[in-house]
Design a protein around this ligand. Structure first.
Ligand code: PBG
Length: 325
């Protein structure tokens, strides 16, 4: 009798498949990225991200409450300011849009969710880079660190439980940790974007935050061809005191995610970025892929590859689907 080994036995019935299923992503592990735009009077659609909007302060508050009610584990907030300048002043200003919105959400939600803030200058600078520029036009790593430190403290004082430095400056985790501790915020956490590639998949995000960038971020974000330096970035961030680490983007970097998850001694997040969302939504709109199955398959795969936490623009919908499984 051949075959003598039949893996298909464990796939015969829904009950059997459910019994042997190894991985299930839960709503509490999903984090919803949200955009808030200064001066907006209502939600403004983002064309390349159907279903995602730039919120007004009011619509943000309502959408955040709905997301928490749907069971998501946290919210990651990005600000879109009205005015930008060379040093990104709006980022450190307590009355800057991101800090104001954090205050709104903390007042509304208290500790019922985990409030995270993007700690990076690109939304606030008129040149669109993630840091301040040196005289020669390159991003000045060490000058940027000082601004990040001030920005992180402002975000925590506005209500963030977690700051997420995403600018890929060397030393950013250590500098932010020290600044938070010096200001007495020893309980505020740092989610390090430890592994962040210079990716084409961030395309729609540029529209989401009205980015002013011309050129690219290849002098500070990682080369997609490289895996080894991800482990170096991870080790540095862990040594500098990261409480959580992130790999970004997700789907095209599952190998990197897996290798990070194997050695990290803190929880690992992965960011399913704007381009991953846009490309799937385009296929859904054409009827080429089944929305629910495709989204849940991607999220399950990111989780299976080693992510404890997934940042996804589908967090609310996915949480609702998962609530019934
Ligand atoms: C930088 C930042 C970016 C994203 C998150 N934080 C843009 C970039 O690095 O160019 C991209 C997220 C996405 O594409 O969904 N503040």
């Amino acid at each position: 009798m051949f075959p003598s080994h039949r893996p298909r036995r464990l796939r015969t019935t829904p009950a059997m498949r459910r019994l042997v299923s190894e991985t299930s992503v839960r709503p509490r592990q999903l984090v919803l990225p949200m955009f808030v735009r200064e001066g907006a009077t209502g939600p403004i659609p983002i064309a390349s991200m159907p279903g995602v909007v730039q919120h007004s302060r009011d619509s943000l508050r309502k959408a955040a409450v709905e997301a928490v009610q749907a069971g998501v584990g946290g919210l990651m907030l990005f600000g879109v300011p009205e005015q930008r300048d060379a040093v990104g002043s709006g980022a450190t200003d307590p009355d800057g849009i991101l800090n104001v919105a954090l205050r709104d959400l903390r007042a509304e939600l208290g500790d019922s969710t985990v409030l995270m803030a993007d700690c990076c200058l690109d939304e606030f600078t008129d040149h669109g880079h993630c840091g301040v520029l040196a005289a020669d036009g390159t991003v000045d790593n060490d000058a940027t660190l000082e601004v990040y430190a001030e920005m992180a403290v402002a975000q925590v004082e506005a209500g963030a439980h977690v700051v997420g430095p995403s600018g890929m400056m060397d030393g950013q985790i250590g500098v932010i940790r020290h600044a938070l501790d010096d200001a007495g915020h020893t309980d505020a956490s740092v989610l390090a974007y430890s592994v962040k590639y210079a990716s084409a998949f961030y395309g729609p995000f540029r529209e989401a935050v009205d980015s002013q960038l011309t050129g690219d971020r290849k002098a500070y974000q990682q080369d997609p061809a490289n895996a080894r330096e991800s482990l170096r970035e991870l080790a540095l961030d862990l040594a500098e005191g990261a409480d959580l680490v992130m790999v970004k983007p997700a789907l095209a970097y599952l190998d990197v995610l897996r290798s990070v998850a194997e050695v990290s001694d803190v929880p690992v997040a992965a960011y399913q970025v704007s381009g991953e969302y846009a490309m799937a939504e385009a296929a859904f709109a054409n009827g080429w892929l089944d929305r629910q199955r495709t989204v849940l398959e991607m999220l399950t795969s990111i989780h299976r590859a080693g992510a404890d936490i997934v940042l996804t623009y589908w967090a609310v919908e996915a949480s609702r689907w998962l609530a019934t499984t």
